[in-house]
Design a protein around this ligand. Structure first.
Ligand SMILES: Cc1cc2nc3c(=O)[nH]c(=O)nc-3n(C[C@H](O)[C@H](O)[C@H](O)COP(=O)(O)OP(=O)(O)OC[C@H]3O[C@@H](n4cnc5c(N)ncnc54)[C@H](O)[C@@H]3O)c2cc1C
Length: 276
């Protein structure tokens, strides 16, 4: 088996303390020599400046960074300006997304779906960027059907995406089934599972309801049962997520992308347990 590729995702903090804490997190995770760090981008440009600032900081530390770029609510001109800013900074990788329109924002802007953004990036910057797109083993909540969702994923790859990162999930079979279905449709790009460590149950349940990621009943019930006992939640969470990662890698996943929520410890612990 090739050495698996690892990457870590951050969000741009809102406060100076958050920025400082993220710098410390990065320092710890950089010791694991990930393939890249990625930084999320609020749809409609809501975090544009903060994303750019964190991307600058990571780049200045000599680390590889992939900014996320979501297109909903944006104009071509705005996206083009950002692409060239990143290109001029020497950024080589972009995570291209549609995003979700913030509530209250009326216009969808000039892009409707992520495949249009991927085409636009290729048209503007040729092969400069390695383009990552999102994939959904448990299917995107707005998809008309499971099959349509896979076809829409295929459309993003046909538009020029090089690889994909999945939404998080706790059911390995959904990932294997999704990859298998893509391969049968002729989609050959690497599809890296997105991994969400379990740190706080209430927060995880909220996220999962919004993004359509299922927390299997046995996991949900066990976590609920721990109530405010954070230590037990995290210990159980580590067991579940480390076992999931092991199974994914053993089954051929090309790597793991960690949704760190700007914390080093959960990802480090899983890393240790995987013996990497
Ligand atoms: C790895 C990862 C990172 C993320 N990072 C961010 C981030 O930084 N910022 C952010 O705002 N959000 C982020 N998200 C969330 C993402 O923006 C949402 O899930 C969003 O709802 C869909 O984005 P997408 O790029 O997958 O959209 P799309 O691929 O455009 O798909 C959206 C929906 O439209 C359907 N669809 C796609 N193309 C077509 C078409 N041509 N015709 C009809 N239907 C179509 C799809 O089946 C799907 O239901 C991330 C998600 C993942 C998995």
């Amino acid at each position: 088996m090739n050495k698996p590729l690892f990457s870590f995702e951050f969000f741009p903090p809102q406060t100076p303390e958050g920025v400082e804490k993220l710098a410390a997190t990065r320092k710890q995770l950089a010791l694991l020599h990930p393939e890249f760090f990625s930084v999320t981008f609020g749809a409609g440009g809501s975090t544009q400046e903060r994303t750019l600032e964190i991307v600058r900081q990571i780049k200045a530390e000599g680390l590889t960074v992939a900014p996320h770029l979501s297109c909903v609510g944006s104009t071509r001109e705005n996206i083009r300006a950002l692409l060239f800013t990143y290109k001029d900074m020497g950024i080589k990788r972009i995570v291209a997304l549609r995003g979700d329109l913030p509530s209250g924002m009326a216009t969808t802007g000039e892009f409707q779906y992520a495949n249009e953004l991927v085409s636009f990036i290729r048209a503007q910057t040729g092969e400069h960027f390695h383009i990552e797109v999102a994939a959904y083993p448990e299917f995107h909540p707005q998809a008309r059907s499971a099959h349509d969702d896979v076809l829409n994923f295929k459309r993003k790859v046909a538009a020029g995406a090089d690889s994909a990162i999945t939404q998080y999930f706790y059911n390995a079979d959904s990932y294997f089934y999704f990859v298998d279905k893509c391969r049968k449709l002729g989609v050959t790009v690497p599809i890296v599972p997105g991994i969400m460590p379990i740190v706080k149950f209430a927060q995880l349940a909220r996220f999962s309801d919004t993004c359509g990621a299922e927390i299997p009943r046995w996991i949900r019930k066990t976590l609920e049962g721990y109530g405010d006992d954070t230590e037990s939640v995290q210990a159980f969470g580590q067991d579940v997520v480390a076992a999931l990662c092991e199974r994914l890698l053993a089954g051929g996943a090309p790597g793991l992308h960690f949704y760190t929520l700007n914390q080093a410890a959960p990802a480090l612990e899983i890393w240790k347990r995987l013996g990497l």
